[in-house]
Design a protein around this ligand. Structure first.
Ligand code: G1P
Ligand code: ZN
Length: 546
């Protein structure tokens, strides 16, 4: 290889390359601007010197622009002296699979191309995330270093050679760099077989127990086909929308009650299926449904922690449990009962990394359909689905029976999230600022049966590295244990999204089977009054209720 193949291309900085909650996420057309992706990728190579002579894992969720970006990144990696890249066939790798490959091969890092659950296609979104050697999302200090680098970048390096055809597996050279194109599924499927009781699940599926999995035309299709059909014997038609498409078939690959409504419909009525689940664009989110039953992600985390002793990979004992701040406190109750630690972290998976690495926790989760454990350093959609299937196989109870028993034992944390999307950024910021300014005076204020006990702006000090993350959301606590949380989304690409999270605790089993929105109505009204949501935003109702 001659140095002549490496080109030094002059460039000028973009000023908007600061990562949000989860990587750099922008409309596709922003990423299509000349040098936009290149500048960001060069900032990664410039600030992560360990990648030189190192191993990089590379893949994405298959969305529009994935293949173009893979080609550019491979040529830039070769030019920056990366020794070897492992890339998923067709450029496919789910987010948890990247995390696993980084850990398995002791790679120096990984690049994931995804905008998660945001729509894809030429008019959709694209994104890029960097994961560090522990397999987890880059912490804030790392993404800030990228951002600072992008503000002064003047040139990037790119190899002029031809990129190998990524549609077939094999080993190739690009200049001095080795490129291994691998089956994206097999290592991940091995890991799942190591954690869960596949024999018990196979027997359950052969017994007439009906399941459906909706891959939403995103990355989990090939994973689900292999795991559920090849390994567990499910009929192929139980895996819905299993072909990844660049625009996700025009859908919104977000597994929630609105965007996965057709799956939800299959669980309704007398002939509803016993178990249904879905995952998002890049495979890290999950939604769990039973016959006429929706499991909130907050409850899912609590149920998972409570059933760890049934699952082969966790049978020998677990460390603590962590949840993001807006997630309901259901998991805390399980941890207290088990005598293990529980932690409350800011929104975003990156805050779990230190706790997982230092064995403070085994399980962690977010209300936003994210659940995971120390088996990787990302949330993991299919892992959560298999965890539930293993519980169902072991207990031979229905999803709703498992939930009801859980609530009877621990009490029920009724929970809902109301999202106001695409509101004016200035109005959104002002709404939060005004609330922040009122925090001191809120204590003791009464709204009907509800009296405010405390209010603050959540700040987190990492127990391992003492780093502080301030302004993570406004929390308002009531004397009966109810909570309202307000925060602005850090992943949206248009205007601002206000998220209002509401929680109330019900210890009485006789009152645990009520309709959530009905139970929460009083709190919803208080949330509106405290923040003047309707009058400030001009919206009568939230865009999404989960
Ligand atoms: C959202 C979720 C958050 C999750 C993130 C990435 O971020 O709320 O829990 O970690 O997506 O999947 P947000 O838009 O609220 O900043
Ligand atoms: Zn995702």
């Amino acid at each position: 290889m001659s140095e002549a193949n490496i080109q030094l291309v002059p460039t000028t900085p973009f000023d908007d390359q600061r990562a949000g909650t989860s990587g750099l996420r922008k409309p596709v057309r922003v990423f299509q601007q000349p040098h936009y992706l290149e500048n960001f990728v060069q900032a990664i190579f410039n600030t992560r010197p360990e990648l030189k002579d190192g191993l990089l894992i590379l893949g994405g969720d298959g969305r529009f622009h994935n293949d173009v970006a893979i080609g550019i990144i491979l040529r830039m990696a070769a030019a920056s002296g990366v020794a070897r890249v492992i890339v998923g066939q067709h450029g496919f790798l789910s987010t948890p699979a990247v995390s696993h490959l980084i850990r398995k091969h002791h790679a120096q890092g990984g690049i994931i191309l995804s905008a998660s659950h945001n729509p894809g296609g030429p008019n959709g979104d694209f994104g890029i995330k960097f994961n560090t050697a522990n397999g987890g999302p880059a912490p804030e200090a790392v993404t800030e270093a990228f951002f600072n680098e992008t503000r002064k970048i003047r040139a990037f390096l790119i190899h002029a050679g031809d990129v190998p055809e990524i549609g077939r597996t094999g080993e190739f050279m690009l200049g001095d760099m080795r490129v291994d194109i691998v089956d994206p599924v097999s290592d991940y499927a091995d890991l799942m077989q190591h954690l869960f009781d596949f024999d018990a699940m196979r027997k359950l599926l052969a017994s007439g127990f009906q399941i459906r999995f909706d891959a939403m035309h995103a990355i989990t299709g090939p994973y689900a086909r292999h795991i559920f059909t090849d390994l567990l014997g499910a009929p192929a038609e139980w895996i819905m929308n299993s072909t990844p498409l660049p625009d996700f078939g025009g859908g919104h690959p977000d597994p929630n009650l609105k965007h996965a409504a057709s799956l939800v419909a299959l669980t309704q009525g007398e002939n509803g299926v016993d178990f249904a689940a879905a995952s998002d664009g890049d495979g890290d989110r999950n939604m769990i449904l039973g016959k006429r039953c929706f499991v909130t992600p907050s409850d899912s985390l609590a149920v998972i922690a409570a059933h760890a002793a049934m699952i082969p990979g966790y049978r020998n004992g677990i460390h603590g449990v962590a949840r993001s701040m807006p997630t309901s406190q259901a998991a805390d109750r399980v941890a207290e009962r088990l005598g293990i630690a529980h932690y409350e972290t800011p929104t975003g998976w990156k805050f779990f990394g230190n706790l997982l690495d230092h064995q403070r926790i085994t399980f962690c989760g977010e209300e936003s359909f994210g659940t995971g454990s120390d088996h990787v350093r990302e949330k993991d959609g299919l892992w959560a689905v298999l965890f539930w299937l293993n519980i169902l196989a072991g207990s031979r109870q229905s999803v709703s029976d498992i939930l009801a028993a859980h609530w009877r034992e621990y009490g029920r944390n009724y929970y809902t999230r109301h999202d106001y999307e695409g509101i004016d950024s200035g109005i959104a910021t002002q709404l939060v600022e005004t609330l922040r300014g009122q925090l001191d005076g809120l204590r003791g204020q009464r709204f009907g049966d509800h009296t405010i006990a405390w209010a603050d702006d959540f700040s987190y000090t990492d127990p391992i590295d003492a780093s502080v993350s301030a302004h993570q959301g406004i929390r308002i606590g009531f004397e009966d244990g109810s909570r309202i949380v307000y925060r602005l989304s850090g992943t949206g690409t248009q205007g601002a999204t206000l998220r209002v999270y509401l929680e109330s605790f019900e210890p009485d089993p006789a009152r645990q089977q009520l309709d959530t929105q009905h139970v929460m109505q009083a709190l919803v009204d208080i949330a509106d009054r405290l923040a003047d949501i309707r009058s400030r935003t001009g919206r009568d109702a939230p865009d999404i209720i989960t």
